[in-house]
Every structure is written in C-alpha cells, then in structure tokens.
Design a protein around this ligand. Structure first.
Ligand code: AMP
Length: 178
C-alpha cells in the first residue's frame, strides 16, 4: 500500500547524484535517511506492514539491503540471512552468476540458513534492472524455499525490474518510484 506522506518525506531526503558512478547513471543516495531516526522508523514500519504474517525469513542483499532488512526481520521476529558478493562467505555456500551492463557479477549465500518450504522475503534498497534480485531469488529457490515477497525502498520504473521478477509469482513492494 502506498503511503503518500512517507513518499513525500523520502523524496525530500533521498539525494539524486547525476553521473555517479558512471556517466548517465542517476545515483540515489539513501544515506541521509540515517540522519533522521524518525524517518528511518517510518520506513521500517512501512516495510514491516507489507510483510507481517507473510514470511518465515528475510534475505538481504549486500550491502544496503542489510541496513533495512535486519530491522525488518527483527520486527517480524524471523531470521535474517545475508546474501553476499562473491568471495566473502566461508563454506558451505551456493553461488549465482548474473550479467551486469558490462561484464558479470556473482552473489553467494550460506547453505542451511534457510529451510526448504520457508516463505522468503528478499529485500534490497533499490530495484534497477532486477538482475541482482533475480539472482538472489534463484539462490533461494535452489534451496527449496519459496520466494514469497520482494521489497525495496526505491524502484526505477524505466529499467523494468518488476517485469524480470514476475517469473517468481511473488508480491513486490516499492515504497517510492522514480
Ligand atoms: P539491479 O541489479 O540492476 O537491479 O541493481 C540493483 C543494485 O544496484 C542495488 O543493490 C542498488 O543498490 C544498486 N543500484 C543500481 N542502480 C542504482 C542507482 N541508480 N542508485 C543507487 N543504487 C543503485
């Protein structure tokens, strides 16, 4: 459900940095949210109300997905699992490669932390092309769990990430879109 008051506050807070880290990218800087504890609380409350009673665990994507994902998991009283960039986790783990605009990337998740049949929320700060989130969802499905929900603070409409996530038949929530 959209929360117009929260959307307005976030629009006034999130900074748009043109041409960072590459020409043509409009980088959305969420760090000013952490200067305002009440706003941070409101963001968590919005994400929690989307997921309450619907998931058994939360997976957050490195690294900005951790900043909100852990607080959501604690409020929901469910486990939080880290999805990390390749090379950081000790074994046992599974990996998934995905394409970037130039080249490719790989993310990893420790095995045994989510259980077969669990309903999983995958969370990140921002949905762009959906490539990272799609790879995260594949890691979840490879372990026999169900991707029940995706949540993001921000969705970049023109990059059609939501289209890419349709294959998982999960509910998608973005607090605001650009
Ligand atoms: P994608 O795989 O294309 O959906 O990219 C999503 C990941 O890249 C997220 O973890 C975001 O934090 C980051 N990202 C992509 N585009 C932007 C942007 N314009 N501003 C800030 N972060 C971005």
């Amino acid at each position: 459900m959209k929360n117009p008051e929260l959307i307005q506050k976030l629009e006034n807070t999130i900074e748009n940095i043109p041409d960072f880290p590459k020409p043509g990218i409009q980088f959305k800087d969420i760090t000013p949210i952490f200067l305002n504890p009440k706003l941070y609380e409101d963001v968590i409350a919005d994400l929690v109300s989307f997921s309450r009673g619907k998931v058994d665990a939360v997976c957050g994507i490195e690294s900005r997905g951790y900043l909100f994902g852990i607080a959501v998991a604690v409020a929901l009283e469910v486990p939080f699992i880290l999805i990390r960039k390749a090379g950081k986790l000790p074994p046992p783990f599974i990996s998934e490669k995905y394409d970037l605009e130039y080249g490719s990337a790989e993310i990893e998740m420790r095995t045994g932390q989510i259980k077969p049949g669990q309903r999983i929320l995958i969370h990140d700060d921002l949905l762009a092309t959906g490539g990272t989130t799609e790879a995260a969802a594949k890691l979840v499905e490879k372990q026999g769990a169900e991707v029940a929900q995706f949540s993001f603070l921000i969705g970049l409409r023109d990059l059609h990430g939501e289209e890419r996530l349709k294959q998982f038949n999960a509910d998608v929530h973005t607090i605001l879109e650009y």
